[in-house]
Design a protein around this ligand. Structure first.
Ligand code: GLC
Length: 745
């Protein structure tokens, strides 16, 4: 063979080997993401494109097998990774290796007012989702707490859009740092569980842009959420999950968001609406899944129905390609990202994170005579009373129900921490909920009790009488009409006769502490008769340890309320002005729906109580400490400026007590004169400072245009009107310690 021929064949071999070595662009992670998407798209058939847009099982969607594009696996939920289900079931599959860390409820995370906790939370839960090989974690929920009756408030970040936005954004960043997508939910104005499939939220643009959308914008635009879930409800007449205004005009239009809109499970009711309304992936539609007639997933609205509409020209392939690009982008960011970390599950780090977040979120609401922390010099015998001292709370509540690896109940935590120093006796007090399993996850508890209510009360009273201190653990739980998906509460009152029992116990022993374990506000008619009150939240695995650390004083409580504690529903705009639970109407297109006019508009939470000069039981942002804090005088770095200037508000804060503690310093802005109605003040900054006894720290807040503007829905833009403003700095929305005026020219 001549040299030339040898060289030519060598070149050919090299070329071939090079061709074999370098993968196609869509698989080459060194190539730009958008180029990889275009390359994959160009290789897909119409059928393959449509198959990407709907589920193939309860929680997964097919990839493109012919191209080696993997399936997309999703799983609940916002507080922990749901145990495995069978292919097309809600019930658990009964695996033995899918227990998880149950992290605290998101309302507890919000109550930390500490974005470092949100980052820690997101990173930790994202590691567990990654370990379980889930590409999409179906959370966080960021819906605003509009009514205390909403069954899913425990899954959300409270009543204020600024606080919810700050906490949600860092949760999102934390989860996605694992190469796991969040699915921020439920977009949008999904604020009650009663009639959740048919409620039509009739809400103004001002309320949307100022109250109900900001947390979604923070999650998608600021934090770059890779997917979002459309809610079951309708918004202004059209289903939220394919709402022209919400999805196409705002989310994908104004916000230019590049992620995937995933329907809530069973939220899709029509092919044309879904396709045109900006939906990208359909899950959970009511078929019998793998029915006798073959794969029922082909009957999804976005399956054969859509495919046929493409073939007959009803739908354009360009529109289809936009959806497919988004799903490919999500898949390449997750399942096809070979550089993702491997995650971890049930690790000591996650259990420590669970406990830390819980300890930082617990809110001390009342502490007369320094009843807490529990000290040996005044207490020998402690009577722990109430069902919530022993009840498993990680099971139940709907899709956020978990199979936690373990759960330390409050009584167990107290016995472990204080059992050697104090006599601790326990009495049930009442029998409320004896739930034993949910979705086939067993609570491993048998809470039945043969005693009559009278006997239960008598036994509790006896224990209370003989004790130096009574710790009452009550509140709500994760069963229907409590803190649970799919139902709202029917009253603001505590269930199971707890109010009467608390008063009875307080009558025999005034040294009583009430620990309210709930994810939402309750009425407290007995407040004046008890010495101390703690808002305990659902704290997950480490409940008992976190609670005991607070009660024993190992940890100084630093949580603040992320929502107003109304004394009655009359103090809440959704009930006072709204038409909760809505007015039935037959709609020619949507059928029988329930109109819920958001007459409270932008006046939600403290915005409503401020405006109407109402005094709630406890205000938004309220929380005590075992130490005390003094605020100096607020100053501003300039008195006049233009809307685009930034101002800095400073205030010294001192720990005037005898022990270390953290204080959440809150900044509210008041626009003293505006052409459209505005709340008296709005939260526009917060900082959590940890101070040693006697230590002073100057807290600085930056005020920019965002902090001053309101949404002018006529002009459809955010405006800052010249005039006088005030920066108000305080320890809660109702405890302003100093304010300083400034002017916008
Ligand atoms: C549920 C919930 C949603 C959940 C989904 C999957 O109905 O509304 O939050 O992620 O279905 O379980």
């Amino acid at each position: 063979m001549k040299i030339k021929e040898i060289l030519l064949s060598a070149c050919a071999l090299f070329a071939m080997s090079a061709a074999v070595a370098s993968p196609p662009v869509y698989l080459d992670e060194s190539k730009p993401l958008e180029d990889r998407i275009e390359d994959a798209l160009s290789r897909m058939s119409l059928k393959e494109k449509v198959s990407l847009l709907h589920a193939q099982s309860k929680f997964s969607a097919p990839g493109v097998p012919s191209l080696g594009i993997p399936e997309l696996w999703t799983d609940d939920g916002p507080m922990g990774v749901r145990p495995e289900v069978l292919w097309d079931e809600w019930d658990q599959a009964g695996w033995t290796n899918d227990s998880c860390t149950a992290f605290p409820s998101l309302t507890c995370l919000a109550a930390t007012w500490n974005t470092d906790m949100a980052s820690l939370y997101g990173k930790s839960i994202g590691e567990e989702a990654r370990y379980r090989n889930k590409s999409v974690l179906l959370g966080p929920g960021v819906n605003i707490y509009r009514t205390p009756l909403c069954g899913r408030n425990f899954e959300y970040f409270g009543e204020d859009p600024y606080l919810a936005s700050a906490m949600a954004a860092d949760y999102v960043r934390g989860v996605q740092s694992n190469g796991v997508a969040v699915c921020v939910k439920h977009f949008a104005a999904n604020n009650n569980e009663a009639n959740r499939y048919t409620t039509n939220s009739v809400v103004s643009d001002r309320a949307l842009y100022e109250i109900y959308l900001p947390a979604f914008k923070a999650a998608t635009v600021d934090a770059g959420a890779w997917s979002l879930m459309g809610g079951y409800n309708l918004v202004n007449g059209q289903h939220a999950t394919y709402n022209q205004r919400l999805v196409n005009d705002i989310l994908k239009g104004e916000w230019q968001w590049d992620g995937v809109v995933i329907s809530d499970w069973g939220a899709v009711h029509d092919t044309k609406q879904a396709v045109e309304g900006g939906l990208d992936m359909e899950f959970g539609t009511g078929t019998d899944g793998l029915g006798t007639k073959g794969n029922q997933y082909d009957n999804y609205w976005m399956a054969n129905n859509y495919y046929n509409g493409l073939l007959d020209g009803t739908y354009s392939e360009d529109q289809l390609n936009d959806k497919v690009r988004r799903v490919l982008r999500l898949t390449m960011r997750t399942a096809m990202n070979r550089n993702r970390p491997w995650g971890s599950i049930n690790s000591p780090e996650h259990h420590a994170a669970c406990r830390k977040i819980g300890e930082e979120g617990v809110v001390l609401l009342k502490n007369d005579d320094k009843t807490l922390p529990i000290l040996k010099d005044r207490v020998r015998r402690i009577a722990v009373i109430g069902e919530n001292a022993i009840k498993r709370m990680t099971v139940g509540g709907g899709s956020s129900s978990l199979k936690a690896l373990y759960e330390v109940y409050p009584l167990e935590g107290l016995q472990a921490r204080l059992g050697n120093e104090f006599d601790i006796v326990y009495e049930r007090g009442y029998v409320g909920d004896t739930l034993t399993f949910y979705n086939n996850v067993w609570t491993k508890q048998h809470l039945d009790d043969p005693r009559t209510p009278e006997q239960l009360t008598a036994d509790a009273v006896k224990a209370a009488k003989d004790a130096d201190l009574v710790l009452f653990f009550g509140g709500l739980n994760k069963s229907d009409h409590q803190d649970a998906e799919g139902t709202d509460r029917l009253t603001l009152d505590l269930p199971y006769g707890q109010n009467e029992l608390i008063e009875t116990l307080a009558a025999v022993n005034p040294n009583i502490v009430v620990v309210n374990i709930s994810g939402t506000g309750v009425a407290m008619p007995w407040l004046d008769k008890v010495k101390a009150v703690i808002q305990g939240w659902y704290l997950g695995n480490e409940t008992g340890h976190a609670m005991a650390a607070i009660l024993a004083g190992d940890v100084n409580p630093s949580g603040k309320l992320p929502y107003t504690y109304y004394a009655s529903l009359d103090q809440c705009g959704a009930h006072k002005l709204g038409e909760y639970p809505g007015t039935p109407r037959h709609d020619p297109v949507e059928g029988d729906i329930i109109d819920m006019h958001y007459n409270d508009d932008i006046f939600v939470g403290y915005r409503f109580t401020d405006k109407n000069k109402l005094k709630p039981t406890f205000p938004f942002g309220y929380g005590l400490s075992y130490t005390t804090f003094d605020y100096g005088k607020a100053t501003i770095d300039r008195k006049k400026g233009t809307a685009d200037d930034t101002f800095t508000v400073s205030i010294p804060v001192t720990n005037t007590g005898d022990r270390e503690g953290s204080e959440v310093v809150q900044l509210y802005i008041a626009d003293l004169k505006s052409s459209l109605p505005r709340p008296v003040k709005e939260l526009k900054g917060f900082a959590k400072v940890n101070l040693a006894p006697g230590q002073t720290e100057t807290v600085n807040f930056t005020i920019s245009r965002d902090a001053l503007s309101y949404f002018d829905d006529k002009a459809h833009q955010w405006v800052v009107e010249p005039g006088k403003f005030e920066a108000l700095v305080g320890a809660s929305s109702a405890d302003i310690r100093s304010k300083v005026g400034f002017e916008i020219e």
